[in-house]
Write a protein that binds this ligand. Structure first.
Ligand SMILES: Nc1ncnc2c1ncn2[C@@H]1O[C@H](COP(=O)(O)OP(=O)(O)OP(=O)(O)O)[C@@H](O)[C@H]1O
Length: 391
């Protein structure tokens, strides 16, 4: 503006109000007819839902689950996305039995797993073999419990990750070959190059495979808005962990902000675990023997049970996650915060450390000093205790 010129007051035109966030799933015709087809299958089917990232696999799976419930009473669900789990915690691959309709068709909800393995990372990329091993064990668990007796057969939904290119595609192929589903639902988006190949891409030509259903991503609603909203995966993981950690407290305690939760966690008496009661496994890195205990400090660990009695081939399963609140190397004790009830915790003999981190929103709170969450740690550990060598 030139000196001396007087500014003419301008009025900002009112902004068009942004549409309210969508609260209900849109069920296009092809989705509705495939849901009807699957739910009227003569025997409880094993259904794999696949397709590229953000194409609607989770939304479709929820709609399908609700449609399968009335006839079967319960529906089994294999939660395979370690980065954006449907019911489980980040880093987990889990098997669930759902016996009530899902109310929220657009958002995942935290539910207790019937069986869970802690993979310890938010992508299967780092260790595809270990990832598939967990997945196959869960599928075997399902077959052993819910497929052998004709009267107890349950349908199973397997919602697959959206990583469908390169190594992600190879893993999907292995998954489909192992599981041999009854029905495969493939969701396709308009960007053809991002889709999976047509047909039974995981089988050799001469093999006969499952029933294939192709549907299109639900693309636009009545107001022509795109339905496929990019999800905030990182935020979702943080919120899921926050929700889980709130379970450390009775539901009548108000923990409406992360700050309140951070303070509450900092003043929660932790469980005291002797080193001799647990073995530590680092899932995705190697740690020098002398640093094993210290390396756990202020990390999230999978609390696992290794002495599995039901099958000799089984791998340690996870009963929940915990925060290692502090380590006292001299006394040989570690301090754990977890919502896992004491009676379950008593069977835990393995701490699995991966790459799942404590949400920063719980660490960066005024008065709570990272990494020990608080200056007033209940079992206050001095610098000397922490760094006096244990070998
Ligand atoms: N039928 C639908 N009605 C309303 N919203 C939808 C529908 N399908 C997908 N969306 C929206 O699009 C986004 C992606 O959907 P969804 O999470 O189901 O995809 P996804 O394929 O499981 O994603 P990812 O591969 O990342 O796990 C979500 O925000 C979801 O709410």
């Amino acid at each position: 503006m030139a000196a001396g010129a007087r500014a003419t007051p301008t009025r900002t035109p009112p902004r068009p109000s942004s549409p309210a966030p969508r609260t209900e799933a849109v069920v296009p015709q092809d989705w509705a007819s495939s849901v009807t087809l699957v739910s009227s299958h003569p025997t409880p089917p094993v259904v794999v839902v696949c397709g590229p990232k953000n194409s609607g696999k989770s939304t479709f799976s929820r709609i399908l689950l609700n449609a399968l419930l009335p006839r079967n009473g319960k529906v089994a669900y294999l939660d395979t996305d370690v980065g954006q789990p449907e019911f489980a915690l980040p880093g987990c691959i889990s098997f669930h039995i759902v016996d009530e309709a899902l109310e929220d068709l657009l958002n995942p909800t935290l539910r207790e797993a019937e069986r869970c393995y802690f993979f310890g990372d938010i992508s299967s990329k780092r260790d595809p073999e270990a990832y598939l091993n967990c997945l196959f064990h869960l599928y075997d668990y399902f077959v052993g419990k819910y497929r052998c007796d004709e009267n107890k057969m349950l349908p199973l939904i397997i919602n697959t990750p959206g990583w469908v290119k390169g190594a992600g595609f190879d893993m999907l192929v292995e998954m489909l070959r192992y599981i041999c589903p009854t029905i495969v639902v493939q969701i396709r988006i308009t960007a053809q190059s991002k889709n999976l190949p047509d047909g039974m891409f995981w089988l050799d030509d001469e093999q006969t495979g499952p029933e294939m259903i192709n549907i299109n991503a639900a693309f636009h609603d009545a107001l022509n808005r795109s339905l496929l909203i990019q999800k905030d995966s990182c935020g979702m993981r943080e919120r899921r962990l926050v929700e889980y950690l709130k379970q450390c407290f009775p539901s009548n305690i108000s923990l409406s902000t992360n700050k309140e939760l951070a303070y509450a966690l900092a003043s929660l008496p932790p469980y005291q675990v002797p080193f001799s009661d647990v073995t530590v496994v680092h899932l995705h890195c190697e740690v020098p023997a002398g640093e094993i205990w210290r390396s756990l400090n202020a990390t999230i660990v999978g609390l696992a049970i290794s002495n599995v009695s039901d099958a000799s081939r089984s791998i340690p399963y996870c009963v929940g996650l915990g925060i290692i609140r502090g380590i006292d190397v001299q006394k040989g004790l570690l301090y754990v915060i977890t919502p896992v009830p004491l009676e379950r915790l008593q069977s835990v003999d393995l701490l699995q450390q991966g790459l799942i981190e404590i949400p920063t929103t719980l660490l960066q709170v005024r008065g709570c000093v990272s990494p020990y969450m608080s200056t007033n740690v209940l079992h206050k550990i001095s610098e000397r205790d922490l760094y006096a060598g244990d070998g």
